[in-house]
Design a protein around this ligand. Structure first.
Ligand code: C2O
Ligand code: CU
Length: 494
């Protein structure tokens, strides 16, 4: 199936490639219970075999698909030689079924199984992933789709993004701790590595956007201001449904048809800018929750976030949908292709570096239904702290050895202001709840409902939620290495 250096992908080959894909999740029957195995599988990345994680059903389907109104009923078996535990990212189960080691349930030992059974509260694009150690970097993750019967005549396309390294995740973390940029080797004097200056002090001069030695275009509007540190890890590949642009998935679509594209950023340490090319899309949901439609061609997607886009294919052709690493030129993606259309070779490097994800885009989002208005019972202010040298990240200064707990009481409307004192942006995720983004960088607004918000570097974001799901819930950065290096806490109530 795979030819490495080809100028064109044509005709029959495409159908065969599609058949091998298998990323689109199979439907769980309405009352049925699905079987999910956490196991290993071999994929091929740029011509080399790689053993990665899989969360799949007996028929090979990766992940799961339910209908709104179903219950989440699943048996999860661990078919690996190491323990694991799987989190249903974005769902709001009772805490014992949330899949966080120790807070929810003990690790699932090799050969053992757990049963899950809880009500699914709303449709949307979600995902599942290991919440143990660095297993997410090993691709132990899959889509989790809750489909709605909205009568729309559209084709569903799931696009799951990953960052991929041939190295062991533990080695990547060790390099980060040693001040070496993983994948690049030692870089003495690299700006962006020594951020010992206390937060709030003068802005750093120059544009250390990303890492030196790489060809980054400066983003418009930044001028001489400090720029965020981006992309701590150089990966070997960026994957879209397990494939690179050297051999992308070709999705057969109809001319004149409509596509609902569900994009999931399952990367461990990479934010992307989604680029629809010549297609104009309509963003209709973020993190599975509807927003007032936003038309556009480029949309930022931080680690663990999801975007639902509605696309119209008016003309025949092959339409690449790219995900470009923020602040960089490296890209991955898939191709929507009408029957018979020729597919040109797509470079894995786009001509212009993508802009860093912008808070302005977040600020412009409006939910279809926001949280009901009510007075705020509790306000928490939490600082995002730490940096790369030493490699310790935290909340309110607590590092990896001490996990802070913040008090909340059942029934309260809670607002948390996340104040970023670091030189990177952080995708902050709250388990077990949906929150509304209600402010940031000094402004108040009625923003999107989400489960993960990107807190801009040196900026802040305020989120609001109702404490309606008692338990001990993690609040953490979804950059896997930041979480592991201490950027995590617990909200406990009830
Ligand atoms: Cu998607 Cu605590 O995780
Ligand atoms: Cu972070």
């Amino acid at each position: 199936m795979r030819t490495t250096r080809r100028g064109l992908l044509i005709g029959a080959g495409a159908a065969a490639l599609l058949a091998g894909g298998g990323i689109v999740a199979g439907l769980a029957s309405r009352r049925g219970k699905i079987a999910l195995a956490a196991e290993r599988r071999v994929i091929e990345v740029n011509g080399r075999a790689a053993t990665v994680g899989a969360l799949r059903q007996p028929d090979g389907t990766l992940g799961a698909r339910f209908r709104a109104g179903d219950r989440f009923r699943a048996t999860l078996s661990n078919r690996m030689v190491e323990p694991t535990l799987i989190h249903w990212h974005g769902l709001r189960p009772p805490v014992e079924q949330d899949g966080v080691p120790d807070l929810s349930q003990p690790l699932l030992a090799p050969g053992d199984a757990y049963d899950y059974d809880f009500a699914l509260r709303e449709p949307g694009t979600f995902w599942m992933h290991s919440h143990h150690g660095l297993q997410l970097q090993g691709l132990l993750a899959a889509p989790l789709i809750i489909a709605e019967d909205d009568g729309a005549d559209e084709q569903e396309v799931v696009l799951m993004l990953h960052d991929f390294s041939v190295r062991a995740p533990a080695e990547i973390l060790a390099d980060l701790k040693a001040g070496i940029m993983p994948g690049m080797g030692a870089m003495p004097g690299m700006p962006g590595m020594d951020h010992s200056a206390p937060a709030g002090q003068s802005a750093e001069a120059g544009s250390d956007l990303g890492m030196p030695g790489m060809d980054h275009g400066a983003p418009a509007g930044h001028g001489a201001e400090a720029a965020p540190d981006l992309n701590e890890v150089e990966f070997d590949a960026y994957l879209a449904n397990d494939r690179t642009l050297a051999d992308p998935e070709l999705v057969a679509v109809e001319r004149g048809g409509r596509v609902r594209l569900r994009v999931i950023n399952g990367a461990s340490s990479t934010n992307f800018v989604l680029d629809l090319g010549v297609l104009e899309g309509e963003l209709i949901a973020v993190d599975g929750r509807p927003v007032l439609p936003v038309r556009g061609r480029r949309f930022g997607i931080a680690m663990s976030q999801r975007l639902d886009l509605r696309l119209r294919l008016d003309a025949a052709g092959a339409f690449p949908v790219l995900a470009i690493r923020e602040g960089d030129r490296r890209a991955t993606g898939l191709v929507l292709r009408t029957p018979g259309a020729a597919v040109a070779r797509i470079s894995e490097s786009v001509p212009m570096a993508a802009e860093p994800l912008s808070f302005a885009e977040e600020q412009a989002l409006r939910p279809r239904d926001g949280l009901p208005e009510r007075p705020v019972d509790r306000r928490l202010a939490i600082a995002l702290t730490g940096g790369m040298a030493p490699y310790v990240w935290g909340l309110d200064g607590a590092g990896p050895e001490a996990m802070r707990e913040y008090p909340v009481a059942a029934g309260e409307r809670v607002e948390i202001t996340l104040d970023n004192r670091t030189t990177m942006s952080h995708p902050m995720h709250l388990h077990g709840h949906v929150f509304q983004v209600v402010g940031g960088n000094g402004a108040r607004f009625a923003g999107a409902l989400r489960d993960t918000v990107l807190v801009p570097y040196r900026g802040n974001v305020t989120i609001a939620f109702d404490a309606d799901n008692p338990g001990a819930w993690m609040l953490h950065c979804h950059n896997l290495y930041h979480m592991e290096a201490g950027m995590r806490a617990v909200l406990r109530y009830g």
